[in-house]
Design a protein around this ligand. Structure first.
Ligand code: PLP
Length: 436
């Protein structure tokens, strides 16, 4: 029984469920296998669970921990701030100092605003886009995730071949379906048709420039350039949701990596190495609508000095050290190693890697370039591999996405590959209809 391997975690989870909904703080964490685990400490690439295991962490705060846990510069900056004031509810220097550091990385942007999460940042980005264009409709791509609010929780995980907008949650307002149009990723014809059908009505196209939430699927060659062209031609705002790709694909995210400038970029997760910060950056002609243009943007905790200390220390490290280069190199080594293991264990599958994010796609054949291809993934089998890897002190997200941090060492990667080798062997050939 699984809870025999993690008895303390299991017992704490049972207790937690009596007071906390599901015993977890977000619905996403309820999917943890074999059950949600409890942790007491983290450092560098490691997590310590309450059952006494030291795990190599590839969940990394769902992608937020880009430098590794507790990097000394971040710890020092945050600790110093704690005794100088937790919150001013007013302006302070760090607000513009961090803003300047971020804007330096995104040449198309000359202004930004802060929120606490990616979801909030997306909300204000959409509001700005609607205000800037005087239009209401938004286009999003099937399989892309932009947070949990009603206005965007549409067609994130619809059943295969679902082409109309799909509400993801019970209790969601249905009126969102009037204003959110959905389109398959990497499909030019479908998006062209939407723009023809709703000519002059589309305020914005929002995209994860790499579809990280459903398979880490890169844009087809030229696709982002084409999106840029199409939105400009139609007077719509192009929003890149870089909550995952921001910094993981380089200092200037996917926009820098692919050389395509959106009108607005949304950042979150890694920007403050685990402290809650969301950012919307773009041209002052749009952003300043939240200044004198009647667009409301608020949040009691926005611009929190502790969080901004974490952001400044994180950005300083990313800008001035080899951290990102190291992170990318380790990701390439892990992804190549995983591909070799699929072959040597005769397991069908693919491995995608972009910067510091990897996706292992078990059970798929051929190229995976669309959301429906991604649905072929054998998640149940992957979860079995995941539980077996966990018993080998390797902590993975359900679903196959793997995050790395700059603290992961070559030894960590080698150990992880050994663990995957053993886990894959156990489930090879017969289970996956082996190819050998
Ligand atoms: C691409 C993307 N956008 C937005 C969000 C929402 O961010 P948050 O969970 O900080 O609200 C996420 C979260 O995973 C994300 O992956």
């Amino acid at each position: 029984m699984e809870h025999e391997l993690w008895p303390e975690s299991y017992a704490l989870w049972q207790r937690s469920r009596r007071s906390l909904v599901g015993g977890v703080s977000t619905s996403m964490r309820a999917a943890a296998k074999p059950h949600p685990l409890f942790f007491s400490r983290a450092n560098g690439p490691y997590l310590w669970d309450v059952d006494g295991h030291r795990l190599i962490d590839y969940v990394l705060g769902w992608g937020s921990i880009i430098l590794g846990h507790c990097p000394p510069a971040v710890v020092t900056a945050v600790t110093e701030q704690v005794s100088r004031g937790e919150m001013f509810g007013a302006q302070h220097r760090l607000e513009f100092e961090v803003a300047e550091m971020i804007l330096d990385q995104f040449p198309f942007a000359d202004r930004l605003l802060y929120s606490n999460t990616g979801s909030e940042a997306v909300q204000v980005a959409l509001r700005l886009a609607r205000a800037a264009t005087g239009r209401l409709k938004i286009v999003k791509f099937i399989g892309h995730y932009h947070g949990w609010p009603d206005s965007v929780l549409v067609s994130y995980r619809p059943p295969r071949n679902t082409r109309s907008a799909w509400l993801e949650s019970r209790g969601q307002v249905t009126s969102v379906l009037e204003d959110v149009l959905v389109c398959p990723w990497n499909d030019r014809t479908a998006l062209t048709t939407i723009f023809e059908q709703f000519s002059g009505e589309i305020a914005a196209v929002i995209a994860e420039p790499v579809m990280c939430n459903s398979g880490v699927i890169a844009p087809a060659p030229g696709y982002l350039e084409w999106l840029r062209h199409l939105t400009t031609e139609n007077g719509s705002v192009l929003i890149f949701d870089e909550v995952i790709t921001g910094f993981r694909l380089g200092l200037s995210g996917a926009s820098g990596h692919f050389g395509v400038s959106p009108d607005l970029v949304v950042l979150g997760k890694a920007v403050a190495n685990g402290y809650p910060l969301g950012v919307v950056a773009g041209s002052s002609s749009i952003l300043d609508l939240a200044d004198q243009g009647g667009v409301m943007h608020a949040g009691t905790f926005n611009g929190n000095p502790i969080v901004l200390q974490a952001a400044r220390a994180t950005l300083t490290e990313l800008i001035s050290s080899e951290a990102l280069h190291h992170l990318t190199q380790q990701s390439i080594i892990l992804a190549d190693g995983l591909r070799r293991l699929l072959t040597s264990n005769h397991v069908r599958g693919q491995v995608h890697q972009m910067g510091g994010v990897i996706q292992i796609l078990l059970g798929v054949e051929g190229l995976v370039s669309h959301y429906d291809d991604y649905l072929q993934v054998d998640s149940e089998r992957y979860n079995a591999v995941l539980v077996s890897a966990l018993a080998g002190d390797t902590y993975l997200l359900p679903g196959g996405r793997i995050y790395l941090s700059a603290a992961h060492t070559t030894e960590n990667i080698a150990q992880t590959l050994d663990v995957f080798d053993a886990s894959l062997q156990a489930f090879a050939a017969v289970e996956f209809g082996g190819i050998g």
